[in-house]
Design a protein. Structure first.
Length: 247
């Protein structure tokens, strides 16, 4: 396994970005891994490695780079009154991002990938968790000619009143799109999921929405209090099948 950290120049600064790919000459098909609201950490690095070990070039940007190069947050303490300062920091980081900002950053990622001989040209995969579910949904439409497979795992705020709401680009998606949804998730409603299904159906998008019984938001993260092993392993099975079909 090869691992590296690179700084990718954007209009707003320097985006520290983490890359994982197998040993060997390559090039390898690319998967863009977008973090959840807790930020880049060892737990996510291990998930990137899991994808890379089966033959992919995985790239994970620090999406909070405009405000912080690194954050130390514990998702298991988000309801702890003694953790108020860190909770406020998390929401500050989360709320400063817009879908448009992430689109601009993703365009820079593509420029970097196009120049890296280890990254295979052509279609890429994308996966995002929690807040990044909306970024993946948006980017799958915005970069429709480039994104061959995309997955939103318990994505939050997929539909909003913002002018750049993720769902407004969903009809443009050309690749396969998969949504893994927790049965118990207050970050998205069944009504919003039905709206997305309607968009997929009316636009002819190859989109699939799957509900994960008995699971809660955050089920895929092994260090999370809400980790649900059966659901987590199912999501890995779905991801790898999605990438095999399309990349």
């Amino acid at each position: 396994m090869k691992e590296s950290v690179v700084d990718i120049a954007t209009r707003d600064g320097s985006m520290n970005t983490y890359i994982y790919h197998p040993d060997g000459d390559g090039p390898f098909p690319v998967v863009i891994f977008n973090m959840d609201s807790v930020g880049v950490r060892d737990e996510l690095a291990d998930m990137c490695r899991r994808i890379a070990t089966v033959g992919y070039y995985v790239i994970m940007p620090n999406m909070y780079y405009r405000l912080a190069r690194y954050v130390d947050l514990d998702a298991n303490r988000l309801r702890d009154p003694a953790y108020t300062d860190k909770i406020e920091l998390l929401w500050k980081l989360n709320r400063h991002l817009t879908n448009t900002m992430v689109e601009e950053d993703t365009a820079e990622l593509f420029k970097y990938l196009d120049a890296d001989k280890m990254a295979r040209p052509g279609k890429v995969g994308m996966v995002g968790y929690c807040m990044s579910g909306r970024y993946v949904l948006r980017n799958a439409g915005t970069f429709a000619d480039r994104v061959g497979a995309s997955a939103s795992v318990y994505g939050a705020r997929l539909i909003t009143d913002a002018p750049d709401s993720a769902h407004l680009a969903a009809h443009k998606i050309k690749g396969e799109m998969y949504l893994a949804c927790a049965e118990h998730d207050h970050y998205i409603s069944n009504e919003d999921l039905q709206k997305l299904k309607q968009i997929f159906d009316e636009s002819g998008v190859n989109g699939h929405i799957e509900m994960y019984p008995e699971s809660e938001h955050g089920f895929a993260f092994p260090t999370r209090r809400l980790y649900h092993k059966d659901s987590a392993e199912r999501h890995w099975e779905r991801l790898f099948a999605l990438f095999r079909r399309n990349l």
